[in-house]
Design a protein around this ligand. Structure first.
Ligand code: F6P
Length: 318
């Protein structure tokens, strides 16, 4: 490849900027021309494509959001939209694309690859729902934000001897709830991957209070349902919780060093693999090692849930 382009797509995540910076600077380092596509697949269709230089990615490694912006694009799902996108890439002489995003973006990357464009996927989403990588870019920061919020909630819950229901993001994946729940010592972690019994949870909480516990935290993954609804249900079993929905707060703010390093490694990895002629692959890091997996396999595989961590969290929250 000689000219590559990079785009961010779907929900943004902290560390996407670090990934864009890495793709641009690694590409330039290897003597490639690098383009930035604005607003994801929409920008590809609208020819919102501009050349990037070293300075165009200066001062962004520490910023949340994405300087390339992002969009959810219906038109790219149509053959006409796809042909427009391809024509624009060809017009600029672009022969390789790095797509940074989650599940939907990976489906777009898969289409580009099938149309004959060399394409690499980087897992950029707070949800951690992409398999074949230990973590996705943004997950670490999102979990830190939830942990920080739970610390604050715990202060006021303890003063009033109350229960807090905290709804977190993650779409169909319980990882944000699991990791944040374990890291913040939550008494219950409700995730779509594990069956739960609210009556049992409420009974345990009442017993805990009777034995001197002064607060309870229930972390609810949005994939399970609304925190408000869980609170209503649990009220029937004699607990009167307060509900907090953390929402898009979880998607903003400066990325942690883990996310910046992950993004920097993956961006560089994607560029090297494009140069080697690879295409249609997802870049991941597993146990510290770079791993390349077919995007087709990635989008057809459900990420396994870490039951060991879940059971550990439950054992420690007595
Ligand atoms: O995929 C990231 C994510 O933040 C999910 O956790 C959440 O379900 C969704 O995006 C929210 O989407 P939107 O920003 O379009 O409201």
């Amino acid at each position: 490849v000689k000219k590559i382009a990079v785009l961010t797509s779907g929900g943004d995540s902290q560390g996407m900027n670090a990934a864009v910076r890495s793709v641009v600077r690694s590409g330039l380092y290897h003597g490639l021309e690098v383009y930035g596509i604005q607003r994801g697949f929409l920008g590809l269709i609208n020819d919102d494509i501009r050349p990037m230089d070293l300075r165009s990615v200066g001062d962004i490694i520490q910023r949340g959001g994405t300087v390339l912006q992002t969009a959810r694009c219906e038109e790219f799902k149509t053959p006409e939209g796809q042909q427009k996108a391809l024509a624009n890439l060809r017009k600029h002489g672009i022969d390789g694309v790095v797509v940074i995003g989650g599940d939907g973006s990976y489906r777009g990357a898969n289409i580009l690859n099938k149309l004959g464009m060399k394409t690499m996927g980087l897992p950029g989403t707070i949800d951690n729902d992409i398999p074949f990588t230990d973590f996705t870019i943004g997950f670490d920061t999102a979990v830190s934000i939830v942990v920080d919020a739970v610390n604050k909630l715990r202060d006021t819950m303890t003063s009033h001897e109350r229960t807090s229901v905290v709804e977190v993001m993650g779409r169909h994946c319980g990882d944000i709830a699991l990791y944040a729940g374990l890291a913040s010592g939550a008494e219950a972690i409700l995730v779509p991957e594990v069956k739960f019994d609210l009556e049992q949870i409420a009974t345990r909480m009442r017993e805990n209070f009777a034995h001197g516990k002064r607060h309870s935290i229930i972390v609810v993954a949005e994939g399970v349902g609304k925190g408000e609804h869980i609170a209503e249900e649990i009220e029937r079993f004699g607990i009167e919780p307060r509900v907090t929905v953390l929402g898009h707060i979880q998607r903003g703010g400066t990325p942690t060093h883990n996310d910046r390093i992950l993004a920097s490694r993956l961006g560089d990895f994607a560029v090297r693999k494009l140069i080697e002629g690879e295409s249609g692959k997802s870049c991941g890091i597993i146990n510290g090692e770079e791993v390349l997996t077919d995007i087709e396999v990635v989008i057809n595989t459900k990420r396994p849930f870490n039951m060991e961590l879940y059971e550990l969290a439950m054992r420690l929250s007595q």
